[in-house]
Design a protein around this ligand. Sequence first.
Ligand code: ATP
Ligand code: MG
Length: 378
Amino acid sequence: MTVPTAVPAGRTAPAAPAAPATPTTSASPASPVVGRPGADLDELIRRDPGAHRVLTGDRPTGPLHLGHYFGTLQNRVRLQRLGIEMFVVVADYQVITDRDLADRLAEHSEGLVLDYLAAGLDPDRATIFAHSAVPALNQLLLPFLSLVSVAELGRNPTVKDEIAHSSQSAVNGLMFTYPVHQAADILFCKANVVPVGQDQLPHLEVARTVARRFNERYPHPDGSGVFPRPEALLSAAPLLLGTDGGKMSKSRGNAVRLSADADTTARLIRGAKTDTDRRITYDPAARPEVSSLVLLAALCQDRAPELVADEIGDGGAAALKRTVTEAVNEHFGPMRARRAELAADRSYIRQVLRDGAERANAVADATLAEVRAVMGSV
Ligand code: ATP
Ligand code: MG
């Protein structure tokens, strides 16, 4: 297996900002951006797709929503078309970070695969697997945990936010350690590009820290490090807001599913939080809810959000919501139809996961062997 060389250092994604997301560029909303404004990871990938490998994934806690699509899924499909090797993890062990039981795990895992394939991921080119099916990946968690202090685990802002929204009877240990588990997800296949939403930036920092500390503590005999330092790849919508004005999330009852029918989509968008100013503008800092809706329409129509806002002008929230509904239903209509077709053959979906697990296990076994060798294990 060829291992991609790490992208040059110094393109680190920033720590997650506390405020609602604003796109880090005023370029066309369809153009991807990286975590650090002005960084050129996207250009690097275009020039040399063979030097990059992607790992990305989702928790099987429910069907994917518009935030997933414009936050990461669209980027995954685009990267796949550029010819990058890609691994997509169905993060099943991470479901039980913020709840006591993993509800309908198989159904939700298969649902994620349906969403991926409907959106355009090709299982012959992308390795799609559940991480509970790849033991060597999970074993990396043990040495990795020794590289991170308890204080560092407790400081993670995304973990704090998830604790605030958790439905658990008591906060469990996995809640604090799952960012290190994510480092294992990313590093088992030596991925150096991770297309994610904004909430994942602190976790990417953990993965970068784990990679650096592991390489320093256990250098290869030839002086090289076992792991690359992965980079976050943000889209133009790193934090799409849900109907209540908070981050759109599968588990927070505020999401519009990719697979929702046209009427359900219209009803949910009609109920979305806005403000009382009739003039529609695109101003993410001052008007996060209205701007997130404007951005959503713009992304569906592949236009600049300012243009969409100008066109609606004094039409108020009702006109904005009509525009958004039409744009979403038009953009996702073909994808919904494709998903319904794929859903008719569940055995194919399960086969995709089995094939993916086989490929991921081969890669994870090789990485774990390397890790054990540099650690001096017998
Ligand atoms: P849950 O509520 O169960 O945590 P979620 O909606 O937060 O679900 P995840 O599976 O945790 O979804 O996230 C999967 C990927 O989608 C991550 O890269 C995350 O950053 C991205 N993502 C999730 N929600 C959004 C959003 N609202 N906007 C942009 N990206 C998002
Ligand atoms: Mg989440």
